[in-house]
Design a protein. Structure first.
Length: 121
């Protein structure tokens, strides 16, 4: 069990390290880096290379943004198998619906609890 946690930390930390290196060593802005990570997860999931990493590292591979891309690709693959080409358009949304709904609900709660205002610099 300890090794599961260790590998999740190592793999997740490595993905975060790659993101930090992209921020520090390139002129890419954070939004482009986030999109790059999601697209990388979709591509690696689509060709079957991300699944072994998820099986090995668990949350270390599914929690970072590449894991969101992998989730989208898995949803599309499943929906295409069940619904045909229509699944290309619906599969990713179906697979990620609960996570997206949770983000919206938590954002609403935080917005209601805290007062909006400019920060003093």
């Amino acid at each position: 069990m300890f090794m599961d946690f260790l590998w999740a930390f190592v793999i997740g930390g490595t993905l975060c390290l790659i993101g930090q290196l992209l921020i520090d060593l390139t002129k890419l802005n954070p939004a482009r880096i986030l999109v790059t990570f999601v697209v990388a997860g979709v591509l690696l999931g689509g060709v079957g290379l991300y699944k072994p990493l998820v099986d090995f590292a668990g949350a270390g591979a599914t929690v970072p943004l590449t894991g969101f891309g992998y989730l989208l690709s898995e949803g599309v693959q499943k929906a295409v198998g069940e619904k045909g080409l229509l699944g290309i358009f619906t599969g990713g949304f179906t697979a990620a619906a609960s996570g997206i709904a949770a983000v919206v609900v938590f954002a609403l709660i935080v917005a209601m609890l805290f007062k909006r205002g400019d920060k003093m610099t």
